[in-house]
Design a protein around this ligand. Structure first.
Ligand code: FAD
Ligand code: DHB
Length: 390
């Protein structure tokens, strides 16, 4: 098989890029290791920046999102039982975020690829990039026991943190920056009415908690847990009790509980791989960088990579202009590091760190107090939360 752009990974990054390129007449093939049902069963991000929603619309897949997604003009932070609201819209001069689940937007992207006869190959095993430093790179994979080859001009590694793309770059050619946090997030999804109209990020002496939602009848809640904990340690009852103990009393009192329909633990990590290009292989999204989830920057950072890559590819194929491809890594990394900084900062300010010394503990308390009391500081938080410009 021959194509222009060979994409590894059928998550949001890979699907979005293939859809955008297709609308500009650029051919691509997406190779995804898992089945479509499996990809759609992964409950992940929920908050989209305006840059992301604009990209969905540009890709022609914004209709259901605009109909069913919720615009949020503010976000709440609770500090040891006291709720504060950050007025995103007012502080940023009109910007907001959209609550629309990653599962839903991935479904929309799959449907759009189907409608245009896009080539998305599921259950592609042993995907391997070859000759990435030449002008004729290619991919190989096996499916149902048979081996296939895809010749292309460029390979996009959009295969997430554990994918094959980044690992196929020689170690001497990249530098990896990493920070692992000493806790994880236990998340549940429940068919209950969200406790609040807006998200609540809660700092408490018992640890961090987050109240989020997917719709008016579907809630998503998280609590910070020790890394050693497993899902089996957390019955639904224990989860609800702990969540309530970390929220302001009046919020806890109106929390509607019910059986969880999904429960999982995610470790927290910051990670960046530099550069994001090697030869004709370009890394995008989680394949190149991971943030801790506090601040909802994971999926949104993937979106900016796709935006830069898409424009660079269009300039290359339409005008023979390779400058966007040449500057891709530098341009993308500049924004990636800003999202890294914000996610690290939100994480550091809102979680309980085991064995933290009392001085650092006091600094953390006063940091949050300052941010909640100063309009200049709240403006900085709001500007980052709604997303920095692409
Ligand atoms: P992915 O979504 O990881 O997609 C990569 C795809 O590549 C996958 O479908 C995978 O199956 C496929 N793949 C992997 N290896 C191969 C291979 N060798 N060959 C072929 N295909 C391969 N972000 C937030 O903003 N908020 C959140 O609450 C949040 N929660 C998260 C919870 C978890 C458990 C995880 C892992 C991430 C979470 N994120 C969250 C981050 C967000 O989901 C990611 O940033 C986003 O999914 C990145 O999209 P992507 O397409 O780059 O990567
Ligand atoms: C969600 C996850 C986040 O990490 C976040 O900061 C906000 C919302 C969510 O899953 O809804």
């Amino acid at each position: 098989m021959k194509t222009q752009v060979g994409i590894i990974g059928g998550g949001p990054s890979g699907l979005m890029l293939s859809q955008l390129l297709d609308l500009k007449g650029i051919d691509s093939v997406v190779l995804e290791r898992k089945s479509r049902d499996y990809v759609l069963s992964r409950i992940r991000a929920g908050v989209l920046e305006q840059g992301f929603t604009d990209l969905m619309r540009e890709a022609g897949v914004g209709e259901r999102m605009d109909r069913e997604g919720e615009i949020h003009e503010g976000v709440c932070i609770s500090d040891n039982g006291v709720l504060h609201r950050i007025d995103l819209e007012k502080l940023t001069g009109g910007d907001t975020v959209m609550v629309y689940g990653q599962t839903e937007l991935t479904r929309d992207l799959y449907e759009a690829r189907d409608a245009r006869n896009g080539k998305v190959i599921h259950e592609a095993e042993d995907v391997q990039p070859h000759d990435i430093t030449t002008d004729a790179p290619y991919l190989t994979y096996t499916k149902d026991g048979e081996e296939y080859r895809v010749d292309c001009d460029f390979i996009i590694g959009a295969d997430g943190f554990h994918g094959v793309s980044r690992k196929s770059i020689p170690e001497s050619e990249i530098r990896e920056y990493e920070k692992v946090y000493p806790f994880g997030w236990l998340g549940i999804l429940s068919e209950t009415k969200p406790v609040h109209d807006e998200l609540i990020y809660a700092r408490s002496e018992r640890g961090f908690a987050l109240c989020s939602l997917r719709s008016r009848v579907l809630s998503r809640y998280y609590v910070q847990v020790p890394l050693e904990d497993t899902v089996e340690d957390w019955s639904d009852e224990r989860f609800w009790d702990e969540l309530k103990a970390r929220l302001p009393e009046d919020v806890a009192a109106r929390l509607e509980t019910g059986p969880s329909i999904e429960k999982s633990i995610a470790p927290l990590r910051s990670f960046v791989c530099e550069p994001m290009r090697y030869g004709n292989l370009f890394l995008a999204g989680d394949a190149a960088h991971i943030v801790p989830p506090t601040g909802a920057k994971g999926l949104n950072s993937a979106a900016s990579d796709i935006y830069y890559l898409y424009h660079a590819m269009v300039a290359y194929y339409a005008e023979g202009d390779a400058s966007g491809l040449d500057s891709y890594s530098e341009t993308a990394l500049r924004r990636v590091w800003k999202a890294q900084r914000f996610s690290w900062w939100m994480t550091s300010m809102l979680h309980q760190f085991p064995n933290e010394d009392p001085f650092d503990q006091r600094l953390q308390e006063i940091e949050l107090e300052y941010f909640l009391s100063s309009e200049a500081a709240r403006t900085s938080l709001a500007e980052n939360y709604v997303g920095l410009p692409f």
